[in-house]
Design a protein around this ligand. Structure first.
Ligand SMILES: Cc1ncc(COP(=O)(O)O)c(C=O)c1O
Length: 472
């Protein structure tokens, strides 16, 4: 369970470093000056040991199915190694030279078949796969149209893309999407004539908001405006692989839209508990990637352990062992929404703006729920809510700028297949307990002068660390 010292360590008060480097080489001083700007606005990232504190409940990791925590993926991986006792660890070159082998090709064939596609191409990570697609697929004169909240890796790829026309549409807004596509048609005559194309880029589930793309509606609009088929979709399934769809095939499968989506990008670092990613598509897309994606051409091929772990993940999915885990996530999230909205504090905390959970509204009308649920409060309270949860043995972290826009910080709660109903009830109870404390503080009229118990304990520790010269 987290304690105030650990939290003070995770969320230290940052002090400026550049002023103390007056005699250091200018190169480093200049870099520290740039970091000081981030330190001042408390948006500097730190790599720290922040796996769930021992004894605390995991409502944070992206091990959605708990394949890591339960050891299921390790067992399947060891089995895969046992079945291939003579494996060679390293690939020995890029895929275009010595790095290709029958094991990797078989894995890709299995993946393509599982996802009902013509072909699959493995990448070292989802970040790399997205940058490869964005940089390699659009040609000069093509356009990229993307959801305003799409992942940093897509933006990275766009920087290298040959498409000059890159337009975002408002997040999940079908009408704005239509307007943007109409704009592209009116400004790009070659696209209108069908001689150039549009790549439309989305995520299946947005991991900071937990909402899903209105994919069917977006597909309908694109088909209506581009009857020639020169507008096609890339759907990033990073957060839905293993979690949605039959046996974990993903969101596009859940909606039965496999034939409408040109490119699906599945990552393996989250629900499937390993590393790497795949692009699932027809053979044309695969061949373009092989020919144009520089990170594919100029990089050593995936090693055997990576491909073996991915293969193990597919064996688990095909065995049917994943389906009950997926179902359990659905039950748990539903139970959370029911429990928290039934809590006597909920209505008042909601009305007073102390708590809001956008996904808890009209959840009954959604055909399936997602495992990521952001909990919003007043911006200056987000960290206080996190402290309260952590000290109560619930591991959930705040997400803030620059990962989400300024002013939209939230506590991100992530549900896992092996969380229990009791754990979910404790989560709801502890959030509401904190909300009650905040309501009491606000009602006492002491406003910003008074801080809740958990925050007070952590701040005392932060102050002590600073006094001892251990500020960061
Ligand atoms: C939506 C999305 N796409 C791509 C990635 C990158 O995938 P990977 O972790 O495999 O690099 C992430 C995060 O990791 C993500 O959240």
């Amino acid at each position: 369970m987290a304690n105030p010292t650990l939290l003070a360590n995770w969320f230290p008060n940052h002090t400026a470093k550049a002023p103390s480097l007056r005699n250091a080489p200018g190169f480093y001083r200049n870099l520290e000056e740039a970091l000081d700007i981030r330190r001042a606005e408390r948006s500097v990232f730190m790599v720290r040991s922040n796996e769930p504190a021992p004894g605390s409940i995991d409502f944070s990791t992206l091990d959605f199915l708990h394949l890591t925590a339960s050891g299921l993926i390790r067992e399947a991986f060891l089995q895969e190694l046992a079945e291939n006792p003579n494996f060679e660890l390293g690939a020995g070159g890029s895929r275009l030279l010595n790095g290709n082998n029958a094991y990797t090709e078989n894995a890709e064939a299995t993946i393509a078949e599982f996802h009902g596609a013509e072909s699959a191409l493995l990448f070292h990570s989802g970040f790399e796969a997205n940058t490869a697609i964005m940089a390699a697929i659009p040609r000069p004169g093509d356009a990229i149209v993307f959801d305003a909240l799409c992942h940093a890796s897509m933006h990275e790829g766009m920087l290298a893309s040959k498409a000059l026309c890159k337009q975002s549409f408002r997040h999940n807004d079908v009408e704005d999407f239509r307007e943007v596509l109409l704009g592209v048609l009116s400004t790009e005559p070659l696209i209108k004539e069908g001689k150039r194309s549009v790549l439309i880029c989305l995520e299946s589930m947005y991991s900071m908001d937990g909402d899903v793309a209105p994919l069917r509606e977006l597909v309908d609009v694109a088909k209506e405006l581009f009857p020639d088929g020169n507008a096609q979709f890339l759907v990033d399934e990073a957060h839905t692989t293993g979690v949605l769809g039959r046996q974990g095939r993903g969101f596009v499968n859940e909606l039965g839209l496999e034939n409408e989506i040109a490119i699906r990008m599945h990552t393996y670092g989250k629900a499937l508990a390993t590393t790497g990613a795949v692009v699932v598509s027809n053979r044309t897309i695969r061949e373009v990637l092989i020919n144009n994606a520089r990170c594919f051409i100029y990089s050593t091929a995936p090693s055997f352990p990576m491909v073996a772990a991915i293969t193990a993940g597919y064996k688990l999915m095909k065995s049917g062992q994943i389906q009950p885990l997926q179902d359990n996530i659905q039950h748990l999230v539903k139970h959370f929404f029911e429990t928290i909205t039934d809590n006597p504090v909920w209505d008042e905390a909601n009305e007073e703006g102390i708590l809001s959970i956008p996904l808890a509204e009209d959840w009954e009308s959604r055909p399936f729920l997602t495992q990521v649920v952001p909990v919003m409060t007043r911006q200056r309270y987000t960290l206080w809510l996190c402290y309260h949860m952590q000290l109560a043995g619930i591991c959930a972290f705040p997400i803030d700028y620059p990962v989400v826009p300024k002013g939209q910080g939230r506590l991100r709660v992530v549900f896992h297949a092996t969380n229990t109903k009791e754990e979910v009830e404790r989560l709801a109870e502890k959030i509401c307990e904190w909300a009650q404390e905040m309501l009491d503080i606000e009602a006492s009229g002491k406003g910003s002068g008074k801080i809740p118990t958990a925050a007070r304990r952590v701040q005392a520790q932060q102050a002590a660390a600073e006094a001892n010269g251990n500020g960061v």
